[in-house]
Design a protein around this ligand. Sequence first.
Ligand code: SF4
Ligand code: SF4
Length: 373
Amino acid sequence: MKSVVALSRLDTYNLKDVKEALNKTFTLAGGIDSLKTKGRRVLLKPNMLMGAHPDEAVTTHPAVFEAAASLFLDHGFIVSAGDSPAVESVYSVAEKCGIAQAARRLGVQIVDFKDTVSAEAPNGKVTRKFNIAKAVLDNDIIVSMAKLKTHQQMYYTGVIKNIFGVISGLEKSKFHFRFVERKYFAGMIVDLHDLVAPSFAIMDAVVSMEGDGPRNGSPVSTNFIGASFDPLALDCVCSEIIGYKSNDIPILYEAKKRRESFEVEVSGDEAVSLKPSSFKLVEKVTDIAFLRKILNRRIYNLIRNVFIPAPSIGEKCVLCMKCFSICSPQAISVKQSKEGRHLKIDLSKCIRCYCCHEVCAFEAMNIKRHFKF
Ligand code: SF4
Ligand code: SF4
C-alpha cells in the first residue's frame, strides 16, 4: 500500500490561513479522525531545539503548532505538547519561540520530558534500550511536528530526527559519543523512532532553514506545509523538494532499508511545483569514522582534519559555556592566557558531532576544515 503525503502551498503564518491549510492537508492525508482507534490522548512533539524567535526558523512556528493543536481539540482529542531541549528548560524555550503563549490560549499543557522511563526496542538494529520521556507512554498518539531544516551532521532534519527530543536534555549528546559513525547514529535514531512510533507527522516548511542548520542557518521561504501518517514518506518527499536525494540522508536511507516495500503517493500540491529556485544544502562528507579502529591515531587525526570539517570558536564567544556542557568527549576546555579566559577545542578528541555549533546562540562557533599537518 502506498504512503500518502499531503502537501499544501502556504506563504503566510497568519493563524486563520494556517489552520485552513492544515485542515485541508489533514483531510488530504486521510483525516485525523481515524487516529481515534488508538485513543484520545495526543502528545504533540514540536521542534523546540532552543530558545529562538519564530522568525529565526529554528523551531516549529507557533502558528503551525496552534493550528494543529486546535484542529486536534476540535476533533475531540485531549492534547498536550512537549520536548526536551539540550541546554535550556522546555518552558523557557516554549516562551521564546511562542509555543507557550499558543498553548495557554488553547489550554494545552506543556510537558517537560525530563521525567523518563526505561523502554525496550525489541526490533532495534543498533540499540534496544532507551530512557525516553514518560509522556510518550502516557499518551495514545504521538505527533511529530518538525521544522524543515538542514543539519550539519545528518544533512537534513525533519519529522524522524525530531523524535530524538524524547531523550532528555544532555543525554542526547552521549548518543553522539556512543555512535560516532554517521550510519550507526542514523540507525539509532531509526530504532528510537520505531520505538516511539509516531502515528502522524506534520512538516512546517512555510519558512525553512538552509545553510548551517539546525541552529545557525538562514530562514528561507519554501511556502508549504505537509502531513502524513507515514513520517518516513513525509521526510523523503520534503528532503527531495529542497534538493537532496533521500537516499543520501543517512536516517532516511537506514529507515528505508528496514521496509519490505515503500511507495509514496503525493496528494494536494505537486512536490515539483513546490521546489525552491535555490536552497543551500549541507555538503555531504565521506564518513571516515570507521578508520579509527584501523589506523594509528595520529594518522587518523591527520586524515580527519583534512577531510572532515570541525568546529572552531570565533571572536563572538561570550563564554556562555553551553558548548562546553554539551561536548561528551570533553574536547572543549577552558584556558587562561594574558588576554583572559577563552575556550579551546582539542581536535584529536572532537568526534565532529557539531552539538557545540547547534547550541551556540551567538554565532561564535564556526564549522570549517582544519588543514593541519
Ligand atoms: S562558543 Fe558559543 S556556546 Fe560556546 S561558550 Fe562561546 S558563545 Fe557559548
Ligand atoms: S567540540 Fe563540538 S563537534 Fe567536537 S565533539 Fe565536542 S561538541 Fe562535538
